[in-house]
Design a protein around this ligand. Structure first.
Ligand code: SF4
Ligand code: MG
Length: 284
């Protein structure tokens, strides 16, 4: 049985010392081992940005895609090989700006892919510009007088787009992050995990200390119920999205591959068709 060390390779990450993405990489490796995967059971697909390099740093199948397109590739991988566990990954710019259309439609579609976003509220690879999750008033080279755009409420958007597994975490909370990624992998459908992953080089506002002071743990909110969509939305709005933990989980919605006629034995039986799995395999 594989351990997290089996998911390591020889490539040394070239992230800046202290970058939050190191922990996300370690968490994926640990979660993959904890759910019983072997390296050849896993595919990691990434987009463009500092965090996009992650697919090269994990010993598994990897695909470093083009900007904002990790999700189309990841969904294609899953549909072509349903036996693989597929993780898509990237940053807030990659997923919530150029890739936003794909993000919304992947949530609606519900293919069994775990999407892990390393959200640092800035464009790090291009040396520090305002991103969709930067706060209003945020000053960068691209907004020297402060951003006049509002920050994207990605979790509220995901909740209203039909995402059945929605969580946030913080890159220093390794134990919690590993557990959330395990749950995301095990969820049969699309899962979105937004990880606050500080950019220590270009974002001097949303630092490790800032997140420690501002993030509210859902486990500290009495009576919080992650199966209650209305409660999830209200809590997100009350805390301006700055919560961590499992925000919403709906395990009852069938995944895309369970629903497409002819894609799987489950899909056939759901539609009262009797083609046996062996016959289906022959036809494939
Ligand atoms: Fe990480 Fe920022 Fe350095 Fe990129 S620029 S590697 S996001 S710390
Ligand atoms: Mg970013």
């Amino acid at each position: 049985m594989a351990t997290f060390k089996d998911f390591r390779n020889q490539v040394k990450p070239n992230w800046c010392p202290g970058c939050g993405d190191f922990s996300v990489q370690a968490a994926i490796q640990r979660a993959a081992a904890n759910v019983g995967l072997e390296p050849d059971d896993l595919a990691v697909v990434s987009g463009i940005g500092c965090s996009g390099r992650i697919s090269g740093y994990i010993n598994a199948y990897g695909f470093h895609g083009i900007h904002g397109r990790s999700l189309p590739i990841a969904q294609g991988v899953k549909m072509a090989n349903r036996d693989l566990t597929v993780i898509a990954s990237g940053g807030d710019g990659d997923g919530f700006a150029i890739g936003m259309g794909h993000t919304i439609h992947a949530m609606r579609r519900n293919i069994d892919v775990t999407y892990i976003v390393m959200d640092n509220q800035i464009y790090g690879l291009t040396k520090g510009q305002t991103s969709p999750t930067s706060a209003e008033g945020f000053k960068t080279k691209s907004t020297p007088s402060g951003s006049i755009e509002s920050s994207l409420s990605i979790m509220e958007l995901a909740l209203s787009s039909g995402c059945g597994f929605l969580a946030q975490s913080f890159s220093t909370d390794l134990k919690d992050l590993v557990a959330i990624i395990e749950q995301g992998i095990e969820h049969k459908g699309f899962s979105l995990i937004n990880v606050f992953s500080p950019c220590v080089t270009f974002n001097k506002v949303n630092t490790y200390d800032w997140f420690k002071q501002n993030l509210v743990s859902l486990s500290d909110i009495e009576g919080y119920d992650p199966t209650n969509r209305m409660m999830a939305m209200q809590t997100l709005m009350e805390h301006d999205g700055l919560v961590k933990g499992l925000i919403y989980h709906n395990p009852t919605r069938p995944s895309y591959q369970e629903s497409v006629r002819g894609y799987s034995g489950e899909a056939l039986s759901k539609q009262n068709l009797t083609l046996p799995e062996e016959k289906f395999q022959e036809l494939m």
